[in-house]
Design a protein around this ligand. Structure first.
Ligand SMILES: [Zn+2]
Length: 294
């Protein structure tokens, strides 16, 4: 009889415990549902204001605000010619072998790095391991030897066009530039009209380089041009005064890895020279520095 009483007590206890659990779970589910409804409503409001940056590698906005104290380290590689044969060119180091470029792009893809456009340098909170590939001057070798690799590995890049060269010998045609821009994998940006030294020009000449090249490229691609790449890395205060009205970013030639703690302005973004003799291990060491924390 004693054991029966105990087991009856036990059953009551179990029933009470089960009731508590059921009420708890139901309460949690109701609260969770209400919370999710609110988040969904908030997200759909946010999404309408999000800039369009293509469909590749873009992390949906999980944050409602841009973090204020973000620290980012981004390796930004600078390429010139993507070609095996440099002929009698004196700047052979500017000629990257297509096979080397493929090794590098494959390494990025295989190791979870995220290629970004330069015009995303003020949206780094969207990424965890960002890296940028940039191509200066952009002769037809980019179209023949680099563009197919970006498509093969589904990676983004930013290219800098000298607009006076368009349709010229060994240069990109308007049709090719339009096709590249339409791919969504490549942002087409300005490398001036003439590729002359900006720091030796008058104000009017510099204004024409900045404004004229932007207008030409925008009329070809139908997309906004917001990055200015200084030819041979040379610019002065006049350049900076002019371009703040036309561009959001300026790229230097050298300077190593971008670190938000060290770079004072989006018009002074440094880059790493990706030269012909750079081993994959060096490339990988630069990549390993990629960081976004906040
Ligand atoms: Zn150049």
């Amino acid at each position: 009889m004693k054991t029966e009483k105990i087991s009856k007590k036990g059953i009551v206890c179990i029933i009470v415990a089960l009731l508590i659990i059921v009420v708890g779970v139901a309460g949690y589910l109701v609260l969770n549902f209400v919370y999710k409804q609110e988040i969904t409503a908030k997200l759909s409001d946010e999404n309408e204001e999000l800039p369009k940056v293509g469909d590749i590698n873009v992390v949906p906005a999980e944050k409602f605000e841009v973090p204020q104290n973000l620290r980012a380290v981004v390796p930004i590689f600078m390429y010139h010619f993507i070609l095996d044969d440099y002929g009698d060119a004196l700047d052979s180091e500017n000629f990257m072998r297509p096979s080397s470029l493929e090794e590098q792009i494959k390494y990025i893809a295989d190791n979870g790095y995220e290629t970004i456009f330069i015009d995303e340098m003020d949206e780094l909170y969207k990424y965890k391991k960002p890296v940028a590939l940039t191509f200066d001057d952009c002769f037809v070798y980019f179209y023949n030897n680099a563009f197919p690799l970006l498509k093969k590995y589904n990676q983004k890049a930013t290219i800098f066009i000298i607009t006076d060269y368009i349709n010229g010998e060994n240069y990109l045609t308007e049709e090719q530039i339009k096709e590249i821009a339409d791919s969504g994998l490549v942002k087409v940006e300005s490398h001036t009209k003439s590729h002359q030294y900006l720091d030796q020009m008058t104000y009017e000449e510099q204004l024409e380089e900045a404004r004229g090249s932007k207008e030409r490229l925008e009329s070809i691609t139908g997309k906004e041009v917001s990055v200015y790449c200084y030819p041979t890395g040379r610019y002065n205060q006049t350049t900076l005064d002019i371009i703040k009205d036309y561009y959001d970013f300026g790229l230097e030639m050298l300077g190593g890895v971008y670190d938000s703690n060290e770079v004072s302005s989006m018009y002074k973004i440094p880059r790493i020279y990706a030269n012909r003799s750079m081993p994959l291990s060096t490339f990988a060491n630069y990549l390993a520095q990629s960081t976004v924390v906040y």
